[in-house]
Write a protein that binds this ligand. Sequence first.
Ligand SMILES: [Zn+2]
Length: 175
Amino acid sequence: MRHDLNERFCARCGSPLADRAIEGRLRRACSSCSHVVWIHPTVGAVAAVVERGELLLIRRRIEPFRGHWTMPAGYVEIDETPAAAVTREVREETGLEVVVEELLDVVCNDDDPRRRGLVVAYLARPVGGRLLAGDDAEEARFFRFGALPEDLGFANNRWLIEQLRRRGLVGSDEP
Ligand SMILES: [Zn+2]
């Protein structure tokens, strides 16, 4: 699937772009100057916030996966580290202050129609704040791992939850 086909004119000189084979694949390239549209995944960060064996999820207010439950996440700003981005996103979406404990994984985001992304996933622990949904979140709450909602958004969230289970990072389902 081509991700650069909506690029029609050169951002540098305004001339039409055309397909040209460059470094092993067809890319949009300027017909007049040397400009090439290099396209790369957007970088995001997601937090598995775990407390007493429960996982923090938000219900999304916006598409994609509007109304579904996902882990707090968002795009990394140009002057931010992924860890800083994830603590900011958790604060904005859930009201909680968290500290990042460890890197869990780096996953792809294949089911976001806005743009293909690389998502840095962290394990994080709440250290303060008050649980209150905000920003892109309609609701925010902790779920026992044995009672996660059915309508989880994003395939990478399901994958990460499976990794948390396998690594024993989550509490038992016993009450
Ligand atoms: Zn050009």
